[in-house]
Design a protein around this ligand. Structure first.
Ligand SMILES: NC(=O)c1ccc[n+]([C@@H]2O[C@H](COP(=O)([O-])OP(=O)(O)OC[C@H]3O[C@@H](n4cnc5c(N)ncnc54)[C@H](OP(=O)(O)O)[C@@H]3O)[C@@H](O)[C@H]2O)c1
Length: 237
């Protein structure tokens, strides 16, 4: 389809599956990754005209600017941005009195500010019809929150939701659609052993398929729905 796609966290898990799906659709993918993986390099080797790989630590403002510099300089329009890169620490799954509060700063820097850094650079390349999909989580929902732990992760995802909403307000008049997506409980490294064994979890390939269907057909999602899960069930903020 010849669209220009940007994906963070593209080396493995959900980000890699999204990148692969767009390559299959013959889109151009700028795949940004913290530590470039063999899988991603193989995707690039097999599709040299479609895939560009760059290292990018989304927690570092200069690194994000530098990874996106060539794209920004070329001024080619960007059609879809997926902010997928994220971190979770098992050590966050403890009561408040045992929580390492400083870890929350690391989670916030990657999960909340990472997407903001990416958008601050690509925003001038977005156009009427561009779509931004920020992979947040149901963990970012305050209205639905039943957790009694995971302070840092949940707070970082709620903050990412807020950033998405403000960006959506700012760019709505330019025709840019923004979504916050809970991708499901993923059979990935982050989802862990529990997700790999569970029948309630979803493969990154399946989740990526649903997400790509949303970004390539945004008109199918009602205008007032922005935060939802991968099955399109709206989530309360
Ligand atoms: N897994 C779940 O069940 C679940 C549920 C809800 C929401 N989510 C969200 O979905 C997204 C994808 O999750 P996943 O399960 O695919 O996770 P994953 O398999 O752990 O992959 C996460 C990716 O993000 C990259 N990353 C981490 N820190 C980064 C940084 N500072 N800069 C750039 N890239 C960085 C990782 O790179 P390295 O491997 O090099 O560190 C990795 O490629 C995350 O935002 C996560 O919070 C996941």
């Amino acid at each position: 389809m010849n669209r220009q796609i940007v994906v963070t966290g593209a080396g493995k898990g959900l980000g890699y599956s999204i990148a692969r799906r767009h390559v299959a659709l013959e889109d151009h993918v700028l795949a940004l990754e913290f530590r470039v993986t063999d899988e991603l390099l193989a995707l690039q080797r097999e599709n040299p005209t479609l895939v560009t790989v760059k290292t990018c630590d989304v927690s570092n403002t200069d690194a994000v600017r530098s990874a996106l510099a060539e794209l920004v300089k070329g001024q080619s329009p960007v059609d879809i941005v997926y902010n997928v890169a994220g971190i979770f620490f098992e050590s966050d799954r403890v009561p408040l009195t045992e929580t390492n509060i400083d870890i929350a700063l690391t989670l916030y820097n990657v999960n909340a500010l990472g997407p903001v850094r990416v958008l601050a650079n690509v925003a001038p390349l977005l156009h009427n019809g561009s779509v931004v999909l920020n992979v947040t989580s149901e963990a970012g929902s305050i209205g639905d929150c039943k957790r009694e732990s995971e302070y840092g992760y949940s707070m970082s995802k709620a903050a990412a939701n807020m950033a998405s909403k403000i960006f959506s307000n700012e760019y709505r008049s330019r025709g840019v659609r923004v979504f916050c997506l809970h991708p499901g409980w993923l059979k990935t490294d982050m989802g862990g052993e529990g997700a790999r064994l569970s029948t309630f979890s979803v493969t990154p390939e399946e989740s990526a398929g649903k997400l790509v269907e949303i970004t390539t057909h945004p008109q199918d999602i009602p205008d007032d729905v922005m935060y939802m899960d991968f099955k399109r069930n709206p989530l309360p903020w």
